[in-house]
Design a protein around this ligand. Structure first.
Ligand SMILES: NC(=O)c1ccc[n+]([C@@H]2O[C@H](COP(=O)([O-])OP(=O)(O)OC[C@H]3O[C@@H](n4cnc5c(N)ncnc54)[C@H](O)[C@@H]3O)[C@@H](O)[C@H]2O)c1
Length: 289
């Protein structure tokens, strides 16, 4: 992939993995468009990147709103050919709850940002990218949670399995059409970012989360303190994978254990004991209602 001189659009670009992807794009001579819902962080990120000598613009965007993605695309294509679209923005809610404890607001928020955000991004940018004469690329951020079948993370896993699946389909459809656009799906394991404080961007209309129990609060604190990869390392791995032409990108090949364990369940027809994998994030199971 020759990214030099093209435009890179990064959603969720004000923080964490998104900002690090933007830095990688800038290093390759791309003009970067940072898109994020958090205005102050977005402006701060724009300044930091500009200070490093990058050409950068910031466009406040809520990825769950298709008309805002349309406006983002108009601004990005006005700067030049879009060589890279990173559909990266994502959020999470309390990870320790059982399926039935999540509220409708939890579902609407996560599906809106994590899944619809990616769908809107692809639907809006792809037709224009396909018309360009130069090759371009789409990077969708899923998660190692997109490979997991097991307890906990109900909504997050639905969204991340969705992002993985849509990226796989897109890959094959683009290849069949001999399109000049490639796609990769990024499945990072734990990265040290602001994801555990996603609530900072939760819209008022969807604020119906139950207060956290002391157990939940303790589990979340433990996750915040958990060691994880630096965002810059994660983004470096993602770019290496894109440049090597890979569809599936991982920060930790150990994440494949989740997929293997799932296949073992599928073959057996029933979850096997190893699907308690990651059950350690649940300090205490709640009784069924
Ligand atoms: N951190 C991890 O351990 C980890 C692991 C696997 C996957 N991921 C995924 O990586 C991606 C980036 O998250 P991160 O870990 O860097 O977290 P982060 O909170 O540091 O960054 C997420 C960014 O998305 C922005 N955002 C939130 N809602 C938005 C919206 N509606 N529209 C536009 N932007 C919005 C936030 O303001 C923030 O800048 C997410 O998709 C996340 O699910 C993270």
């Amino acid at each position: 992939m020759d990214f030099e001189g093209k435009v890179a659009v990064v959603t969720g670009g004000a923080s964490g993995i998104g900002f690090a992807l933007a830095e990688q794009a800038a290093k390759r001579g791309m003009t970067v468009v940072l898109a994020d819902v958090e205005q102050a962080a977005l402006e701060d990120a724009r300044k930091r990147l500009a200070e490093s000598g990058a050409r950068v613009e910031a466009v406040r965007t809520d990825v769950s709103q298709p008309e805002q993605i349309e406006a983002l695309a108009d601004q990005a294509f006005a700067l030049g050919p879009v060589g890279l679209l990173c559909n990266n923005a994502g959020v999470n809610v309390t990870v320790t709850r059982s399926f039935w404890q999540y509220s409708r607001g939890d579902w609407d928020w996560l599906l809106g940002v994590n899944l619809w955000g990616v769908i809107h991004g692809v639907r809006t940018f792809l037709p224009r990218m396909m018309e360009q004469s130069n090759r371009s690329h789409i990077l969708n951020t899923s998660s190692s949670a997109g490979l997991m079948a097991g307890p906990a993370l109900a909504i997050y896993k639905v969204t991340k399995h969705g992002v993985l699946s849509l990226s796989e389909t897109l890959y094959h459809d683009l290849a069949s059409a001999k399109a000049n656009v490639g796609v990769s799906v990024f499945c990072p394991d734990v990265v040290k970012t602001g994801l555990r404080d996603s609530g900072r961007n939760r819209p008022a209309a969807l604020q119906d989360e139950e207060p956290h129990s002391p157990d939940e609060a303790a589990a979340e604190e433990a996750l915040r303190a958990a060691t994880g990869l630096a965002p810059s390392e994660a983004a470096g791995i993602a770019f290496e994978g894109i440049e090597a032409g890979r569809l599936y990108l991982y920060t930790d090949p150990g994440a494949l254990e989740f997929a293997r364990s799932r296949v073992a369940d599928l073959e057996a027809g029933i979850p096997q004991p190893n699907t308690t994998l990651r059950a350690d994030i649940i300090p205490k199971r709640d009784p069924a209602p």
